[in-house]
Design a protein around this ligand. Structure first.
Ligand code: SAJ
Length: 434
């Protein structure tokens, strides 16, 4: 992974009239994006300090370990810690680049909660020196980078902080560069995906591009911070709207009595039609969340985006109702729920519709629920104590009269008619057809 890259030369754009920073890069937030990014940058020769509020996370990383499962991440972190290019801390150091990768959850009434980004800006402000560059990577409502500028400027009146449209030289740079990586392929996509780099001013974008061009093999496109913030939200809203179309089709197909998988397969033979796949709902911490940030920015205008969110959320309710109908049709039968993760072949259960469905069913019919999830050793917390049991696929197939495919994990794909004969089968993913 190491490439010949002279990080110090890349930083030497302004004469350093102040003491050398503690690190070249500080990554604030060591989660699904921050930790892989910190380790990757360290593997490219930068001196990186990963910062997290959790002492446990910091200790794990400093011991060369990882607290999240992601392909290739454990070796990347171990090597960077061994090479001492990566260190973790609960304190924000002084650095030439600050990369903010903290969560931006949904608050009350689906309103964006940027309090972690604001807290990161407040933590950076006392340590930032002239010449440094702050980059927000967290998926954020439009205007968040300007809010970071405002916080730093209030806390550091001694610095000229760049503002949109302002002319003249600023003391620091500020930019927004959204992550676009797919869980399960994060390390690979960090390197190979194109990046959109939005500067508060064009000079800010240029400064941030120094960092990304050191490790990104895709193209880097410079624009304004507001455009870059919008691009990120639009990408995930686009996917959500398209999945909503597939999910709505599946519910229409239930009413009119046609096979949705056959309909989609044949419609997709049209040269300009490409319908996505229905499922039990939409999960994960991105597609199920980010479109609300667009809605919050323009509530009256974002009608389709809002409706798509509602359709996808409703698909989980619809799926639960269909499983309850099967339980009623077979009053003494057990149901095997195959998969709880938010999508196939990952161990991520965040905002998982499958887990939410399993939890709702377990609350009323726990003793009848057998869960099969190859990506966990223990039954997930929401199901604990309900009577639902985590069992192997073989055990579930022996004991259950009803089989529901919630996630099309590779471990289930060998299932054929002989494994399911005599059972009521509900395949929310169309896996058995494929
Ligand atoms: N899903 C369907 N049907 C489909 C495709 C997906 O039901 O045809 C469901 C999945 O099962 C899952 C959900 O949608 O529950 C989201 O999965 P995903 O694979 O579409 O996306 P994520 O959440 O893993 O990652 C997305 C990606 N965004 C886009 O593809 C536009 C990724 O590139 C982003 O970096 C990521 O969100 C993020 O962090 O924002």
């Amino acid at each position: 992974m190491n490439a010949p890259f002279d990080a110090t030369a890349a930083l030497g754009r302004k004469p350093q009239t102040h003491p050398a920073p503690d690190h070249q890069i500080a990554v604030i937030g060591l989660g699904y994006i921050g930790l892989p990014t910190a380790a990757l940058l360290a593997s490219y020769g930068w001196s990186v300090c990963g910062v997290d509020v959790s002492r446990k996370v910091v200790d794990t990383v400093n011991a060369g370990g990882v607290h999240i499962e992601e392909h290739d991440l454990d070796k990347l972190v171990r090597d960077a810690i061994t090479a001492r290019t990566l260190v973790a801390s609960t304190e924000v150091p002084s650095a030439s680049f600050y990369l903010i990768a903290v969560p931006t959850p949904l608050g009350q009434n689906n309103a964006p909660d940027i309090s972690h980004v604001e807290a990161a800006a407040r933590a950076i402000a006392p340590r930032i020196r002239p010449g440094a560059c702050v980059i927000v990577e967290s998926t954020s409502p439009v205007g968040t980078t300007e809010r970071v500028a405002q916080i730093i400027s209030e806390l550091r009146p001694d610095l000229v902080v760049p503002r949109e449209g302002a002319t003249g030289e600023a003391d620091i740079a500020l930019a927004y560069c959204p992550e676009r990586v797919l869980p399960g392929r994060i390390v690979n996509e960090l390197v190979h995906n194109d990046r959109v780099i939005g500067g508060v001013t064009p000079a800010c974008a240029e400064r941030a591009a120094v960092l990304y061009s050191s490790f990104v093999k895709g193209d880097c496109f410079c624009t304004t911070a507001r455009v870059a913030e919008t691009v990120k939200l639009v990408e995930n809203a686009f996917r959500d709207v398209n999945i909503a179309f597939a999910n709505e089709l599946s519910m229409i197909a239930d009413v009119i009595g046609v096979d949705v998988w056959e309909v989609i397969r044949l419609a997709n033979r049209h040269p300009r039609v490409n319908i996505l796949q229905p499922g039990p709902g939409v999960g994960g911490h991105c597609i199920a969340v980010d479109p609300w940030f667009l809605v919050a920015g323009a509530p009256e205008a974002a009608r389709l985006v809002r409706t798509a969110r509602e359709v996808n959320d409703h698909k989980a309710v619809h799926t639960e109702a269909r499983i309850r109908a099967l339980l009623e049709a077979m009053p003494h039968g057990k149901v095997a729920l195959l998969g709880l993760a938010f999508k196939p072949d990952i161990d991520d259960f965040r905002e998982s519709p499958s887990l939410a469905i399993a939890e709702a069913l377990a609350r009323t019919d726990g003793e009848r629920i057998l869960v099969v999830e190859p990506f966990t050793k223990d039954i997930p917390e929401p199901l604990a104590g309900t009577g639902a049991r985590l069992v192997t696929l073989d055990a579930a197939l022996r004991a259950a009269e009803i089989v529901v495919v919630l996630v099309d994990h590779t471990a289930f794909k060998h299932l054929g008619p002989e494994d399911l004969s005599g059972k009521l089968v509900f395949d929310t993913r169309g896996m058995l057809q494929r």
